[in-house]
Ligand binder design. Structure first.
Ligand SMILES: NC(=O)C1=CN([C@@H]2O[C@H](COP(=O)(O)OP(=O)(O)OC[C@H]3O[C@@H](n4cnc5c(N)ncnc54)[C@H](OP(=O)(O)O)[C@@H]3O)[C@@H](O)[C@H]2O)C=CC1
Ligand SMILES: CC(=O)C(=O)O
Ligand SMILES: [Mg+2]
Length: 588
């Protein structure tokens, strides 16, 4: 193996050659193609053995422990990996630089980053943390959308668990195959509404994986506490299920009673396996399942739905910022939602709550919110009367209008939100109409990925919220994720927008500060959880921010060499002990 690594690796480009750097991908492919390798690495690389016992090549193949060429000579000898690496010893700083140099020469950035995560987890998170502006859009939206569409190609080695409808009755057993018992947070999807891309079945696994990578990269929740789960109940998307590379069940989606029983069993099995305080984040379920499952489980389990609640909080925070520019209160605005699904209704409900906190009645608050869906403006008399579910709270009297620019002329919104998953709905005519009736129109184009956004703009994304919610819940051991937490998070995120941000037209803090922002929001949430007796991690820490910071994942490498601390010279020498010839010490 050593010679395979040393002889087959080669510079990936001229720049790397000049810098004397070697391509990771060539190293990887050469090591994978080595037929001699007899090393078996269990998928559960973390819990298979206690840390001290993982030695030799297993250590290099263990992403949670591997330091690559950063192992010192002493560590290499001590851990039995001497000779398995080229002789140079590189610092993590140099390794991080090398990743970025390779990265800029690699077309498939997503794959390159995922490969790094499998090779050396600490370096992966270090590189993400150092390059948030550039890399968040790769591991997360919009690129993760493309990765999901091509998951058959991207998929190399399982990250997380795939539980299928055929595992019904045995879900607990499947959860036990994940041998790390210290899971504190799960992101789960059934792949039915992946971003604005629709039903991607098991290929939607890229979303839980990406969201949990943000748990670590943004909120500092250690990766060993995170578990991505795909609940594969089939797919109705024939285009992907007919693709020979498709990784999931090739059958129509199971619905109704069987689906519900499967979900109930899953929730119970998680508690049985990982405890009542394991956080379960629902992600990218279809609208009809998302709302009813949230209502069903929110008081029974430690759970929330990011598309409904996380999105609501991030948009409310953005509105707080925008209203500091226009100088109006929430209830002094008229809102038009373009798209009336889970994201839109979640936002509308939280804005209603916020208006009520300003002193408006619920009825009056709702009267200021209009919705527009695939059939047009949501009004009582329209030909399509199927106005069911949460959008029913926002039905208005009036004439049905289909054309969006005409709707704007009729409703006269000061705020317009796009959550439709339909690209370029906010075309020039629509935006001009908004500008005609408002001096400073407020427009959020929320749909993902960018190819589905209603218009091009820098996007408000729930990534400003869900990592902070998760950090607070996990750190404090909260039993439930309360609705108040989303309002609080929105308020605090809004307050963290500086005048300088507003002056430069931003209603969120810059992405480069998202880790600090997350710690600050989580601290506020932790204070609230302890104040309201909803935190179960005792004793109560006095300084909540220090308590939160203490738990953050550290990307610096561990030391693997022999223990080198020394005891004081005389520590083991007898002191004030009688001499042997003094018989006084012998018990009578
Ligand atoms: N930025 C962020 O943080 C987030 C962004 N999103 C994005 O928001 C989008 C919507 O998500 P979600 O609410 O969960 O999806 P849903 O499927 O629940 O809702 C989509 C809504 O859009 C409506 N719609 C579809 N086509 C049109 C059209 N041509 N004109 C007007 N309305 C239309 C649908 O109408 P009907 O009800 O009649 O079917 C439905 O009300 C997705 O792209 C998602 O990625 C979601 C969460 C967070
Ligand atoms: C961001 C997100 O959660 C979504 O688009 O679904
Ligand atoms: Mg989502």
């Amino acid at each position: 193996m050593a010679s395979a690594l040393a002889t087959k690796s080669r510079p990936c480009c001229l720049l790397c050659k000049q810098l004397g750097l070697f391509s990771y991908s060539s190293i990887r492919s050469s090591s994978l193609s080595s037929k001699k390798s007899t090393v078996t690495v269990t998928d559960d690389f973390r819990a298979s053995k206690p840390r001290g016992q993982i030695k030799g090549i297993d250590l290099l193949r263990n992403p949670a422990l591997n330091k690559g060429m950063a192992f010192t000579l002493e560590e290499r000898q001590h851990m039995g990996i001497h000779g398995l690496l080229p002789s140079a010893v590189l610092s993590q700083d140099i390794q991080a630089m090398r990743v970025m140099i390779n990265f800029h020469h690699d077309l498939d950035r997503y794959s390159e980053l995922m490969n790094l995560c499998e090779r050396n987890e600490k370096l992966f998170y270090r590189v993400i943390a150092d390059n948030l502006d550039e890399l968040l859009p790769i591991v997360y939206t919009p690129t993760v959308g493309l990765a999901c569409q091509k998951y058959g190609l991207v998929f190399k080695r399982p990250r997380g668990l795939f539980i299928t409808i055929h595992d019904k009755g045995h879900i607990y057993d499947v959860l036990c195959n994940w041998t790390d018992q210290h899971v504190k947070a799960i992101v789960v999807t059934d792949g039915e509404r992946i971003l604005g891309l629709g039903d991607l079945g098991a290929s939607g696994m890229g979303i839980p994986v990406g969201k949990l990578q943000l748990y670590t990269a943004i909120a500092g929740i250690p990766p060993e506490h995170c578990l991505p789960i795909m609940l594969d109940v089939g797919t109705n998307n024939e285009e992907i299920s007919n693709n020979p590379l498709y990784i999931g069940l090739r059958q129509k989606r199971v619905t109704g009673k069987e689906y519900d029983e499967f979900m109930d069993e899953f929730m119970d099995a998680v508690v049985q396996r990982f405890g009542w305080n394991c956080l379960i984040q629902f992600e990218d379920f279809s609208s009809n399942n998302a709302y009813r499952l949230l209502e069903k489980y929110r008081q029974k389990y430690c759970t929330f739905n990011d598309d409904i609640q996380g999105t609501a909080a991030v948009v409310l925070a953005g509105l707080f910022g925008a209203l500091r520019i226009t100088g109006k209160k929430l209830h002094e605005n008229t809102y038009l939602f373009v798209g009336a699904g889970q994201a839109a209704c979640g936002i509308a409900d939280l804005i209603t709550t916020a208006m009520v906190k300003e002193g408006t009645s619920t009825e009056e608050a709702r009267s200021k919110i209009w919705m527009y869906d695939v059939h047009g403006l949501i009004v009582e008399g329209r030909p399509q009367r199927d106005i069911k579910g949460p959008k029913a709270s926002y039905v208005k009297k009036g004439k049905p209008i289909k054309d969006l620019a005409a709707v704007i002329g009729h409703v006269k919104p000061s705020v317009m939100m796009g959550a439709s998953g339909v690209a370029r709905l906010f075309h020039e005519g629509v935006l001009r109409k908004m500008a005609q009736i408002n001096e400073r129109p407020i427009i959020f184009a929320l749909s993902n990925p960018t190819s589905r956004a209603e218009c091009t703009a820098s996007q408000g994304n729930n990534a400003y919220i869900f990592p902070a919610i998760a950090l607070a819940v996990v750190a404090c051991s909260a039993r439930h994720v309360e609705e108040d937490m989303f309002f609080l998070a929105a308020q605090h995120l809004g307050a963290l927008v500086s005048q300088e941000d507003l002056d430069s037209g931003r209603v969120y803090p810059p992405i480069s500060t998202i880790q600090e922002v997350t710690v600050k929001i989580a601290t506020k949430l932790a204070e609230w959880l302890y104040e309201t007796k909803r935190a179960w991690n005792y004793p109560e820490p006095l300084d909540k921010e220090a308590f939160i910071r203490m738990q953050l994942y550290d990307t610096s490498y561990d030391y693997f060499g022999p223990n080198t601390w020394k005891w004081p010279e005389d520590a083991t020498k007898p002191r004030n002990v009688p001499q042997l010839d003094d018989e006084a010490w012998i018990p009578s």
